[in-house]
Design a protein around this ligand. Structure first.
Ligand SMILES: *[C@@H]1O[C@H](CO)[C@@H](O)[C@H](O)[C@H]1NC(C)=O
Ligand SMILES: *[C@@H]1O[C@H](CO)[C@@H](O)[C@H](O)[C@H]1NC(C)=O
Length: 302
């Protein structure tokens, strides 16, 4: 269920107008309390003509079906055993997930960030095709898309031996990602984003699970804060989707993320003359709605 509460916005406005520092920049921390201030004068509501309230939507999706989970022998002969492609059924699933996003989101995706692993690149390619193409029977006509795409190291897999089973990680530590080559795999017409990458390199091998969780949480916030006026899609790994839920719904325990499972996050954005003031993200997606299963200890607050 979408949580759509005008009451929430008015509380947000009320509390925001009680702040005197309007120079808050998008990279500064969030305002943590949305309901702290409730006493107001006419003076502050008149300031409303300098501001505009909107939402920022962020979709966090896991990649589709990876080949090595279906062909256990694949890695033994693969040139890059740490970087399996999708199986054909996975490409189909990814395309369908893109079509589902297009039909159900109700807002455009402006920008996509993708983990450098091939399964995520291929998933994103299908999603872009579905988001920007004209589906006509079996064929897809891809229009020049205006969704911008770039590879982001910070969205990568958990970089440890548990996530890379059977010692498949490269012995020399060279994962061999060529980002311009990967970005050339997106559908023709997809503009590259020329934007500076947030993480300039992969995390240090080996990272702990806690470090990977902190990384996902940090990169989600940094990317969202970098583009507060845009809706974003992150194509990442199962753990990333878990973190997207547990970071913003503290009482949630995620116990399953299917292929192409995704969640929608949304926060309020208040645009003032000079800057953006951001609310905290809400998890809009219920458990089992779109391939992500989680339990909560507190009842939903709607
Ligand atoms: C409302 O907007 C106008 C024009 O942008 C501006 O001159 C005026 O100061 C604003 N009013 C308040 C109360 O901020
Ligand atoms: C990366 O890929 C591009 C495009 O395919 C190629 O021109 C370039 O030489 C590659 N760079 C490296 C370091 O392999």
């Amino acid at each position: 269920m979408k949580r759509h509460s005008f009451l929430c916005i008015s509380y947000f406005l009320l509390s925001v107008f009680s702040f005197h520092d309007f120079s808050h920049s998008p990279t500064q921390p969030y305002i943590s309390s949305l309901s702290s201030a409730s006493t107001h004068t006419m003076e502050s509501t008149q300031n409303a003509n300098q501001t505009a309230v909107s939402y920022q939507n962020v979709v966090v999706m896991r990649h589709a079906d990876r080949l090595d989970n279906f062909d256990p022998l694949w890695a033994s002969t693969a040139e890059r055993p740490w970087d399996p492609p999708l199986v054909e059924a996975g490409r189909v699933r990814a395309f369908q997930a893109g079509r589902h996003l297009r039909q159900s989101l109700g807002y455009p995706i402006h920008r996509i960030f993708v983990s450098p692993f091939l399964r995520c690149i291929q998933t994103a390619s299908q999603v872009i095709a579905a988001l920007s193409g004209d589906v006509n029977g079996d064929s897809v006509l891809i229009f020049p898309s205006d969704v911008k795409v770039s590879v982001e190291y910070g969205l990568c897999e958990i970089m440890n031996k548990v996530a890379f089973r059977n010692n498949v990680a490269p012995k020399d530590g060279n994962w061999g990602f060529n980002l311009s080559k990967l970005e050339a795999m997106f559908p023709i017409g997809t503009p590259g984003s020329n934007a500076e990458r947030v993480d300039k390199e992969l995390p240090q091998w080996e990272e702990s699970f806690q470090q990977s969780r902190d990384r996902y949480q940090r990169i989600f916030k940094e990317l969202a804060d970098k583009y507060p006026a845009e809706n974003l899609l992150f194509v990442t790994h199962g753990e990333g989707v878990k973190v997207a839920v547990s970071s913003f719904r503290k009482d949630a325990k995620v116990y399953g993320v299917g292929y192409c499972g995704y969640v929608e996050l949304r926060r309020t954005i208040l645009k003032t003359d000079q800057s953006f003031i951001t609310g905290e993200f809400d998890v809009l997606t219920d458990s089992d709605q779109t391939g992500v299963s989680y339990k909560t200890t507190k009842p939903s607050d709607q």
